[in-house]
Design a protein around this ligand. Structure first.
Ligand code: ARG
Ligand code: GLU
Length: 706
């Protein structure tokens, strides 16, 4: 009764509200959300979204690979996901003669579809609340590790029971910081073939310049097909496999998207931290993010300088640059958002009120004090650990980790009583340029030797630094002069059977420093970090329970944890700053405006330029223009890439691929005024498949709503 009343109230309240934050569990939509969703225009039922008795929407939404989402769009297992989600596989099939990243790839019939060993597509069969089973035997006065052990054993029992006698996979995941547990049963398909992908200049149009930005003009999609055995069960790639027959595939709507339309995003969001305290946010905002940003500023400056100088270096470092700049840009966006909306003060005000309420509650009254103590130590330690890893790993000075990798190759060969092959070394130097790395080393060693905690500096580096009186130029020269990394001659010597080079490898200063770094990180920093983190996790569980008791009428959504979620909201533009309004959609006009063959990120393919200039958009156009991307208020995060975006009828209207920079603090704090997910309009996707790629035959197997 309480829930029904609540639901009624929330429905009333939010009917007029612009949007609603939250990534909801499909199983609980019936209980918490369906009223509000329908009040905002949704035409289907909770049973249509998630059901174990009949086919439902969840049967057509997939986890694509390890970290993306996707959607089934035909009865023959056709799947849409993002271009950046399929990127790795498209790249793997590319050679100099067939450069599918540059030119795109389109199978013109099923025989031409390309297998991708290792790529999986995962369907959720069922989810169940197993909180009582997981917590059976757990008591309040246990130590953290006793508690975790019991939870582990109980979870394993549940998983084993769920997968006994079938081919399913199962997981137990914690929700609300370990106050609730769900069992998920999955079916994993392993024969997933590449059907088509536009060129990167369409799929990744705007590159890093436009990444995280609105207005946007990306055609971020790629097409795959799931294959199964004759009984429709998962089977590794085989010639006899046949297209998978899904329980549910989605119709595709050409009707378009309009301001204030209801939208819904379905997929596998990775991580959010919506319920953390002000102490946690201060750690991110004041310490961790600024240090990581400083380091990446330096990496990106060096790498971009060389990428602009030299085409070979551009190719070698493009991927590293993309991955470095993706988080770098998001962290900066998060800091800006936290500042602009005064999020830390808001959390502090909330905590003050909470404390007043908790003061006379024995179980809760000391929580915030304990957080304060824990973060007092955790903030520095965790930052030091992250800084140290950011300097020695993560597309950084590679001389250190490469020296280590060389030794591992040689050792592995020695153990097998053979010699490492040239191929192994070649693979290893493939995306590496010594000039770039030397510059990175100079910049980052300068940072390391100026860092506030010199305990993270490996001894060997300290002594070279002392010997060279702090002259980084000389330090770098010394290291490279005494290292084998710069010297491919040693590979030749090694190949000739010269064992002396193996001996000198052991004295390589990069190798020795790398081992010292590893021992500082793994044996010193991380054990301390983990210990405090375990206490924080345990406190998080109690705090979560406490704030749920403090606000008994609020319906909480669990933080993202890579399990299937539904977000809903509406299509609407936003005001990024005073005097500026952004529309909710972009058109092909914008592609032509950005078009510039001189700028790598804006190099529109000739054929697309011609098509757009001709403006023959046919059934994909709207009032003579072609819509490209749109924004909405759906609460999404990393992992939602490739997520289907649906209209009120559960028809596909686009693929989610990004968020707008001004609101990326939504992982920590969602604000409907500014937080927007970015979707590529399905009409642009079909236009590219049909008119640009001439693969319109694929549309024949889709159900298209006109
Ligand atoms: N920002 C998007 C997402 O996290 C897209 C990332 C890939 N694109 C890129 N230009 N790096 O993660
Ligand atoms: N591009 C992100 C991904 O790869 C989605 C954007 C976001 O973080 O919301 O999942």
């Amino acid at each position: 009764m309480k829930h029904i009343l609540l639901l009624f109230l929330t429905t009333l309240i939010s009917f007029s509200a612009a949007a609603k934050e939250g990534m909801w569990l499909p199983l609980l939509i019936e209980q918490y959300n369906i009223g509000e969703m329908q009040a905002n225009g949704f035409k289907l039922s909770a049973e249509d979204i998630y059901s174990v008795n009949q086919a439902s929407m969840k049967d057509g939404v997939v986890k694509f690979g390890g970290g993306c989402s996707g959607v089934v769009v035909s009865d023959a297992g056709l799947v849409f996901t993002n271009h950046h989600c399929g990127f790795k596989y498209i790249q793997r099939h590319s050679t100099v003669e067939h450069d599918y990243l540059t030119d795109g790839f389109w199978a013109m019939n099923r025989k031409e579809e390309l297998p991708n060993p290792g790529l999986t597509v995962t369907f959720l069969k069922e989810m169940r609340d197993v909180t009582n089973d997981v917590l059976k035997g757990v008591t309040d006065n246990m130590t953290i590790s006793q508690r975790n052990n019991i939870i582990q054993i109980n979870s394993d029992t549940l998983i084993n029971r769920a997968i006994k006698g079938n081919h399913y996979k199962a997981d137990v995941n914690a929700f609300f910081e370990g106050n609730q547990y769900f069992l998920f049963i999955y079916e994993v398909y392993t024969d997933v073939r590449l059907v088509g992908a536009p060129p990167s200049s369409v799929g990744g149009f705007g590159g890093n310049t436009d990444n995280w930005m609105w207005p946007r003009h990306g055609g971020d999609f790629s097409v795959f097909r799931i294959y199964a055995d004759a009984s429709n069960n998962p089977k590794d790639y085989s010639d006899d496999n046949v297209p998978y027959k899904p329980a549910h595939s989605f119709p595709v709507s050409l009707k378009g998207v309009h301001e204030n339309d209801f939208t819904m995003v379905f997929g596998y969001p990775g991580t959010t931290e919506e319920y953390k305290t002000s102490y946690h946010l201060k750690m991110l905002h004041d310490m961790l993010y600024p240090r990581l940003i400083e380091i990446r500023d330096r990496k990106l400056e060096v790498i971009n300088y060389h990428m602009n100088l030299d085409q070979g270096r551009r190719i070698k470092y493009a991927d590293k640059e993309a991955s470095l700049s993706n988080s770098w840009k998001r962290w900066r966006g998060e800091i800006n958002g936290l500042d602009r909306f005064d999020v830390i003060s808001k959390k502090e005000a909330f905590e003050k009120d909470f404390q007043n309420w908790a003061d006379n509650k024995e179980a809760y009254k000391n929580i915030l004090d304990q957080y304060k103590k824990l973060y007092g130590r955790y903030t520095q330690l965790n930052t030091d650990a992250n800084v140290s890893r950011e300097l020695f790993e993560k597309n950084s000075m590679e001389c250190f980790s490469k020296a280590d990798a060389i030794q591992k190759i040689v050792q592995r060969a020695q153990m097998a009583k053979s010699r490492a092959s040239n191929d192994e070394f070649a693979e290893f130097y493939k995306d590496y340029d010594i000039t770039v790395d030397r510059d990175l080393t100079k910049r980052l060693l300068t940072y390391l030797f100026a860092y506030s905690n010199q305990n993270i500096v490996p001894e060997t580096l300290k002594s070279v630094y002392k010997k060279k009186k702090g002259d980084i130029e000389k330090v770098t020269d010394y290291l490279y002069r005494h290292s084998l990394i710069d010297d491919t001659l040693w590979i030749a010597a090694y190949n000739k059977g010269n064992d002396k080079v193996i001996k000198s490898l052991e004295k390589d200063p990069f190798l020795i420093s790398y081992k010292e770094y590893n021992s500082i990180y793994n044996d010193n920093l991380m054990p301390q970090v983990r210990k405090i983190k375990a206490s924080i996790d345990s406190l998080d569980r109690i705090y979560m329970k406490a704030i749920m008791a403090y606000e008994p009428d609020k319906i909480f959504f669990p933080d993202a944890n890579s399990t299937m979620r539904v977000s809903y909201g509406k299509v609407i533009g936003y005001d990024p700053k005073d005097g500026v309004h952004y529309k909710y959609y972009t058109t092909s006009e914008g592609i032509l405006q950005k078009d510039d063959p001189e700028i790598y990120d804006y190099n529109v393919p000739d054929k697309l330029r011609q098509l757009l200039n001709k403006a023959d958009f046919g059934q994909y156009g709207e009032n003579g223009s072609l819509h490209i991307d749109f924004v909405a208020t759906n609460h999404t995060t990393g992992g939602n890439s490739g997520s289907p975006v649906f209209n009120a009828n559960g028809e596909l209207i686009g693929l989610n691929f990004d968020r707008a920079w001004d609101g990326v603090m939504s992982d920590l704090y969602y604000n409907p005024k500014i937080c927007r997910n970015i979707t590529v309009d399905i009409r642009y996707i079909l236009f590219i498949i049909d008119k640009f790629a001439a693969a319109g035959y694929l549309l024949d197997e889709m159900k298209i709503i006109r």
